[in-house]
Write a protein that binds this ligand. Structure first.
Ligand code: PMP
Length: 351
């Protein structure tokens, strides 16, 4: 640290992203990326003309992409705001609605704590149950902004739409943010509820189910008045927040529904094989509605498993947080990657 940094920056524990190693080729199951390539239709939309026209700023309103997202979900363009990854969407939400206090699960997406620190939002953590599920009644009448990752990050466990709706109803004077980064892997989507509730903000991303993590595109869907608030934050921070290339990639990816459905269904099928394989190896596996599973075994600590797998060029994620430190989080890859992971685990545990 330099001696010039302000107190807040000095005091922050920044988010630690998963490794993106460049040194050798790994089976990469650590950052919940999609194992399948970006849609061909999306890739082909990046023509020479598009590249030559990068001399111009990108469209600050992201109109074609906003329309494509609105069409896809049957909402109006006024209900949509596009962001630079959903991390930026969440940052806008914390800035707009977090000052009066935020609450979220004690085991969830680690970035929430970082945003809360950065944007001066007092935090209440709500404990997950022993089985790592969320007791949604604990979220009633909180009188502060609620953030729910659904399916939840790190656990993969989803809340039902009726539980989400009850939370929204029981907090009608406060914002409820539903972070749906993993919803397409068969969670229940809360987007239709924005027509009924003006306190619901849904955050979503192209990073996972649309194979566009490197393009950095996320979006917010909410009542049009909330989108006005959030645009104020955006235009006070970064008007051209999404670049032209990423915008086009995302527009074409969301219009390529056939490829989306194909890849998501493959991931869901592989997830079942991964869970079965882990259980055969005596792992305890949390029920996942996401493109990852959280699993642990009594035979070896999560940290040791992580290192032993890394020696075999397989990357998974290990978190040192007390409640999940015995686990490893494994992204659902292709069938071949999953078979290689299971074979490596067998070798490690039997050796
Ligand atoms: N929310 C959750 C729950 C996540 O796990 C992630 C991915 N790390 C994000 C949001 C952010 O994803 P992105 O910025 O790539 O859209």
């Amino acid at each position: 640290m330099s001696r010039f940094a302000c107190e807040k920056v000095n005091g922050i524990a920044p988010y630690v992203p998963g490794e993106q190693p460049q040194d050798k080729s790994y089976i990469k199951l650590n950052t919940n990326e999609n194992p399948y390539y970006t849609s061909d239709r999306a890739v082909k939309s990046i023509t020479q003309d598009v590249l030559k026209n990068l001399k111009r700023y990108s469209d600050p309103e992201c109109k074609p992409l906003v329309r494509a997202i609105a069409n896809y979900y049957g909402v109006s363009s006024e209900n949509v705001l596009v962001t630079n990854g959903s991390d930026e969407a969440l940052a806008f939400c914390f800035q707009a609605y977090g000052r009066g206090g935020v609450c979220y699960a004690d085991v969830t997406y680690g970035f929430y704590d970082v945003f809360a620190h950065m944007y001066d939002c007092p935090v209440e953590h709500i404990h997950l149950e022993k089985d790592y599920s969320i007791d949604f009644e604990k979220y009633y009448a909180k009188h502060k902004t609620i953030v729910i990752a659904n399916p939840n990050a790190q656990t993969g466990i989803a809340l039902s739409l009726s539980a989400i709706e009850k939370i929204i109803i029981e907090n009608s004077d406060n914002i409820v943010i539903v972070d749906q980064a993993y919803v397409d892997f068969f969670g229940e989507n809360a987007i239709p509820l924005i027509k009924k509730y003006d306190n619901l903000v849904v955050v979503n991303t192209f990073s996972k189910s649309r194979s566009l993590a490197g393009a950095r595109v996320g979006y917010i869907i909410a009542d049009s008045k909330l989108i006005v608030d959030l645009n104020k934050v955006k235009y006070s921070f970064h008007p051209y927040n999404v670049n032209t290339v990423s915008m086009l990639l995302a527009k074409n990816a969301i219009e390529d529904d056939e490829y989306f459905k194909l890849t998501v269904s493959k991931i869901v099928a592989t997830r079942a094989k991964l869970i079965d394989g882990l259980k055969d190896l005596d792992f305890y596996v949390l029920p996942s509605s996401a493109n990852f599973v959280l699993a642990c075994t009594q035979k070896m600590s999560g940290e040791d498993l992580y290192f032993k797998l890394k020696e075999k060029a397989i990357l998974v994620r290990h978190f040192s947080d007390e409640r999940i430190k015995n686990f490893i989080r494994i992204t659902v890859g292709t069938d071949q990657e999953t078979a290689a992971l299971l074979a490596a685990l067998k070798e490690i545990l039997e050796g």
